[in-house]
Ligand binder design. Sequence first.
Ligand code: COA
Length: 443
Amino acid sequence: MAEVKQIPPVSEPGSNGAAAPRKSVSQDENAPHSAPSAPAYQARFAHIVGWGYHVPAKVITNHDLEQIVDTNDEWIRTRTGIAERHVAADPKETSVTLAVAAARKALEVADVPASKIDLIVCSTTTPEYSFPATACLIQNALGAHNAGAFDLSAACSGFVYGLAMARGQILAGDAEYVLVIGTETLSRIVDWTDRETCILFGDGAGAVLVAASDVPGGIMAVELGSDGSGGDTLIVPAGGSAMPTSLESVSSGMHYIKMDGKAVFRFATRVMASATRKVLDRAGFTTDEVDLVVPHQANIRIIQNSVLNQLKIPADKVFVNLERYGNTSTASIPIALCEAIEAGKLKPGYKVVFVGFGAGLTWAACAIDWRTPVEKQSTDWWRATRRQATYGAAAARSMWKRTVRWVYDVLPTDPEAPARDDGKDKETRDAPLKETARSRDAT
Ligand code: COA
């Protein structure tokens, strides 16, 4: 984006881009006793410069749910505000494929190649695996070969936690570009026989690219909170070290979301308002100055009871799209941000708040002085083709690396060593994993 000026890392020439450690005066015994000259630190700011989202094509309406559980459209609409949700019906659609589609759009908006990303923070409650991190699989699919990558677990607050990480890395001088993603396939951990939870959730992904800049503004303040005493109010009990997956855990449905809806509701209405107040205070904004609030899209009544009623922020400044997506957990705020931009609700100079809550229990808010132009840039065919080519090259590079690993695996390294199995057992064992990797590379 043209207006967001990039600045070099705040580091000594010749260093690897990390901020140089300060040398204490006492370390250098020959130093004259004069005031050390201050290093030329430049102010850094963290701006969102790219955004994108992706949702699966399959839509499940409230009327569809009436066929599955004892519920009705009127109850769901009045108690939650939700009318329909997108669901990853195709087994090939996973948290990674949704995230990669969203991330590619964010990079396109920012017009930044994946090779420039320094860090990928993926927030998800439905990771591809326990490990490796979903963020690493996204890194591979994007061809972001200069990026570190990790997953962040803070449930529905996770996207704002991710923005806080991105801001911290950028202000510390450790990163120029951080990709923050919220991605979910909650339909895979929802109990479709539990009417209290299956009506709420949906699948999708949203991504933003956060960039270092010397232009004042961007993410001005963050407020993160947690209260683990409420951990059991919203939980997937099985699959972790406390209750490893077993026939018993699966047959008793412990691998599905369990929720005390009323307790979560009470907690949410309280923290949404207090977190917003705190973050505005920290950023030096008043509630009257706020131009746009993008809240976590869980339940319209939570948004009304907190942001509208307690903070007295008018409804036309609060973006809501939960009617069409339900609660997409970590993806809800970035999806809503993208749609707010599409709807012309966000302009440079606006003061914006993101605020969310979730399992943990956790909550998070950030205040943004938005400076990035939001007009849709026309992409010329050459840039689009080049971008596609880099993704093709990323898939080829990934396949080549896998092939090299396979060659090392089957070649005898020590001729004296006892014969290894002929690879057939391993092949059978690894077949499902290889198929997953192949289909991911193909998307
Ligand atoms: N359809 C029809 N009736 C339903 C129903 C459904 N899908 N789910 C529950 N009910 C029934 C209940 O069984 C209860 O019946 P009863 O009075 O005969 O016992 C009645 O509706 C009222 O249930 P209640 O739990 O009091 O409803 P509620 O107004 O608290 O709404 C939630 C339930 C789940 C919508 C609400 O508590 C909520 O949104 N909580 C927050 C959840 C959330 O945001 N989680 C994600 C956090 S990131």
